[in-house]
Design a protein around this ligand. Structure first.
Ligand SMILES: Nc1nc2c(ncn2[C@@H]2O[C@H](COP(=O)(O)OP(=O)(O)OP(=O)(O)O)[C@@H](O)[C@H]2O)c(=O)[nH]1
Ligand SMILES: [Mg+2]
Length: 348
């Protein structure tokens, strides 16, 4: 994974102002009419949630925007140089360094949210043409400004790892419980929805691997339109390399007589609901490798758990049944997370 690069950004210089005098058939000694130079183009970074690495920049040394053009006769303004926009992943930290190999720099920008637009090198201003310098005492100015230089600097970009693994699920699914079991984190856990109001991070350590797991507030239907709390925190899982969906039998499901719950279909719908909310926020979230976990199996009979598993199997989705309360199959889940993470991470 490419998560550190350096290169130079160079904005365009302002174009020269023009020195020119009007020439018309019947006015041989026309006045000054030199136009202003155009402004130089600037270089911008834009944070794009569809990017996950800085790979695009590797091996590149310099990005330059266009210079402004010269001013022309008849007070013609020179064309502005075009800006360039470089797309970077959310979580990109930008530092100013003194050269390619410099490791430590001064913080310049932190693109920690999507769709941020930051100017990293400002284009120069166009110089004023001689028309601008005319006056009653100087009707034939032969001066014009040269235009100011565009900014240039070396930048070092690095990618802030927020979490490698993200837990997603409806409120009360048992996400925080799982985080506390899999890691040493001590998040608040309670029997009511929206216990978690801001993301919790924990570190899962297994042999030499250590994975940061993020537990975010539960997502509800309409979350992507701003309902509940979860949506604001989805940006924290955008850069995860693996999602763990936490499904569970909700109270209203348990209230139905076991034979009439249509349990497989109900839990499948829960998965669909979660995926719809994720997709509405960013379709890329559905492309992420994912594990499907079914929690709270202590509340169901063996037959029901099996029927859910079979229902998912007909949809070709593997389900990992667990219980955060009785710790059933937690080791299996831990191994599945580490194995799946290693698979996706090493294939990058
Ligand atoms: N019976 C049973 N209860 C569980 C299990 N896992 C968690 N719970 C309970 O479910 C409730 C919700 O657990 P949390 O871990 O707070 O759920 P959450 O998904 O983080 O909820 P929000 O932060 O509100 O989105 C708590 O009362 C837990 O004790 C389980 O495997 N079985
Ligand atoms: Mg929680």
């Amino acid at each position: 994974m490419i998560d550190e690069v350096s290169f130079r950004v160079q904005a365009g210089n302002g174009g020269k102002g023009s020195v020119h005098f009007r020439r018309e058939k019947y006015a041989p000694r026309g006045g000054p009419d030199g136009g202003d130079g155009g402004d130089g183009g600037s270089v911008y970074f834009v944070s794009d949630p569809n990017l996950t690495t800085l790979r695009f920049f590797s091996g590149k040394d310099r990005f330059a925007a266009e210079h402004g053009r010269r001013g022309g006769m008849a007070r013609k303004h020179g064309e502005n140089g075009e800006d360039i926009e470089l797309r970077v992943p959310v979580g990109t930290v930008v530092e100013v360094v003194s050269g390619k190999d410099e490791r430590k720099g001064a913080l310049f920008a932190d693109l920690d949210a999507r769709d941020m637009r930051v100017c990293v090198a400002r284009g120069g201003h166009g110089g004023r043409g001689n028309w601008y310098f005319r006056s009653p005492t100087n009707t034939t100015p032969r001066t014009a400004e040269p235009g100011t230089p565009g900014e240039a600097r070396w930048l070092r970009l690095s990618l802030k790892v927020l979490a490698q693994v993200g837990l997603v699920g409806l409120p009360n699914a048992g996400k925080s419980t799982l985080l506390s079991i899999l890691t040493a984190a001590k998040p608040a856990i309670a029997a009511y929805p929206f216990t978690t109001v801001s993301p919790n991070l924990g570190v899962l350590t297994e042999y030499s691997a250590s994975l940061v797991i993020a537990d975010i507030p539960g997502l509800i239907e309409g979350a992507s339109r701003g309902k509940g709390l979860g949506i604001a925190f989805l940006k924290h899982i955008e850069r995860c390399e693996l999602l763990v969906y936490v499904l569970f039998p909700q109270d209203w499901v348990l209230a139905v007589v076991p034979g009439e719950r249509k349990i497989g279909e109900t839990i499948w719908k829960q998965r669909e609901q979660l995926r719809a909310e994720l997709a509405a926020f960013s379709p890329r979230l559905l492309q992420l490798p994912a594990l499907m976990v079914f929690n709270k199996i202590d509340l169901l009979s063996q037959e029901e758990i099996e029927s859910i598993r079979l229902f998912f199997r007909t949809k070709r989705v593997a389900l990992i049944p667990i219980s955060g309360a009785t710790l059933t199959n937690i080791e299996g889940l831990r191994r599945a997370i580490v194995r799946q993470y290693n698979n996706v991470h090493n294939s990058k």
